[in-house]
Design a protein around this ligand. Structure first.
Ligand SMILES: Cc1cc2nc3c(=O)[nH]c(=O)nc-3n(C[C@H](O)[C@H](O)[C@H](O)COP(=O)(O)OP(=O)(O)OC[C@H]3O[C@@H](n4cnc5c(N)ncnc54)[C@H](O)[C@@H]3O)c2cc1C
Length: 386
């Protein structure tokens, strides 16, 4: 087993890292942590990355990519997360590969270079009030009428719907076949008459949205790939989305270690606080394991292998490490950790409290932990499905 990046991958990592060190402004980092999604500073940053062809390293050159190895995708998400930059997961990992693999030539020409140049953002809208873990039960219906489809129904928990340029939408196009076989994907302009977007905020202030569709008319050529094959497209993309990163955990972890080291040097953390070093060592080990599980996904993609449970295992484990890290951080900071950023007594910085409150989200998005365990049990361990 080779744990080293290739020379080409190292060079890409160096280029992305030095770009981000130079270009991520305090405003872009603030937008990233605000939970409100891509604002003007984040978009400006993405456009600059697009100009340098940094955004889609694995994509074909004809669409603005570099045709590098799948590992570079993980390098990109890790570096962006580490440097507080907004990783555009939806359009790079969901809509983008979906269009690249299954879109018509016209759709490829319309969207792909605009994605790699950082110009446009997609929201993913799969989940409905009655279809989350069992997302194939979705009911938003698209009725064919001439050369259009008319959409009626509701989506919920759509992360970027309030600032996106397009919605990557899963709909039901056939009610008479088994549920997985009657789903299609459409690309929808969020400004189409009949669409209403309403906010839903998590306890950490991260915004998602409900989207209501009331007789929304969409051109038939906005259908992606084949009608009723949407489920296959969704499952493939979920493996990309679950690939994930621990880059955004490494940065606060490094800062926490530095904070503890300084307090130790100043004599404020004594031998009685040995548990702190023990906990930090444990989280360091787990971070290392999580990164390897995530790179395993990249390796399988590189070998053109079939992903079965690996992305789920990486996602599940990384979400557990996230909760443990911020739990430990809050214990170390004690009651001061709960202070908001206007307080002069705030230790480290206000980010930790927000990250602590935000950690449980990661055990829900892109499929809840129980579902990842089910996938592991059935596909990883070979246990019979119920
Ligand atoms: C902040 C946020 C952002 C999101 N962003 C998006 C987005 O951009 N686009 C999008 O489409 N979706 C998005 N989601 C939706 C997310 O994918 C779903 O919330 C998730 O799949 C769980 O679905 P649910 O909320 O309906 O919970 P449910 O499916 O109702 O599950 C409730 C509980 O029951 C458990 N459970 C359900 N079925 C089983 C089972 N078979 N075995 C064991 N346990 C089970 C679950 O694990 C969970 O603990 C987002 C969610 C959140 C919270």
């Amino acid at each position: 087993m080779d744990f080293e990046f290739t020379q080409e991958e190292k060079e890409y990592q160096k280029e992305v890292r030095s770009f981000l060190q130079r270009e991520v402004t305090a405003e872009a980092a603030h937008e990233h942590h605000s939970g409100e999604g891509l604002g003007p500073h984040s978009r400006a940053l993405l456009r600059k990355m697009g100009q340098q062809r940094l955004l889609a390293p694995t994509w074909p050159k004809q669409y603005g990519g570099r045709e590098l190895s799948p590992v570079t995708r993980f390098i990109l998400s890790e570096e962006m997360a580490y440097h507080d930059a907004p990783y555009p997961l939806t359009f790079l990992e969901v809509a983008g590969p979906g269009i690249l693999h299954f879109g018509t030539e016209e759709q490829k020409a319309t969207y792909l270079t605009r994605i790699t140049s950082g110009e446009i953002e997609f929201a993913t809208a799969y989940t409905e009030p009655g279809a989350g873990s069992d997302v194939a039960a979705l009911t938003l219906y698209a009725e064919a009428r001439g050369d259009t489809y008319v959409l009626n129904g509701q989506k919920t928990f759509s992360s970027h719907a309030h600032h996106c340029d397009f919605i990557w939408l899963a709909v039901r196009t056939d009610k008479t076949v088994p549920k997985h076989r009657g789903i299609s994907i459409f690309i929808v302009d969020p400004n189409t008459p009949g669409i209403t977007v309403r906010p839903l905020h998590t306890m950490a202030g991260v915004r998602a949205n409900e989207i209501f569709f009331d007789d929304v008319v969409v051109p038939a050529n906005n259908l992606v790939g084949e009608k009723n094959r949407g489920w296959d497209y969704m499952v493939g993309a979920l493996n990309y989305e679950r690939g994930g990163t621990v880059g955004d955990l490494q940065r606060p972890f490094d800062e926490l270690v530095e904070f503890v080291a300084e307090r130790r040097r100043a004599g404020k953390i004594t031998a009685e606080d040995d548990w702190i070093a023990e906990e930090l060592a444990r989280v360091a080990t787990e971070l290392h394991i999580a990164r390897l599980l995530i790179y395993k996904v990249a390796e399988i993609q590189e070998q053109k292998g079939n992903l079965t449970y690996e992305a789920s295992l990486g996602k599940l484990y990384a979400s557990q490490v996230r909760e443990r890290l911020f739990n430990v951080a809050m214990q170390i900071l004690g009651p001061y950790g709960q202070l908001c950023d206007w307080s002069k007594w705030i230790p480290l910085h206000a980010k930790i409290q927000k990250l602590f409150l935000d950690a449980p989200r990661w055990s829900i998005v892109a499929g809840a932990s129980e579902i990842q365990r089910n996938i592991m049990a059935i596909r990883g361990l070979g246990l019979p499905a119920k």
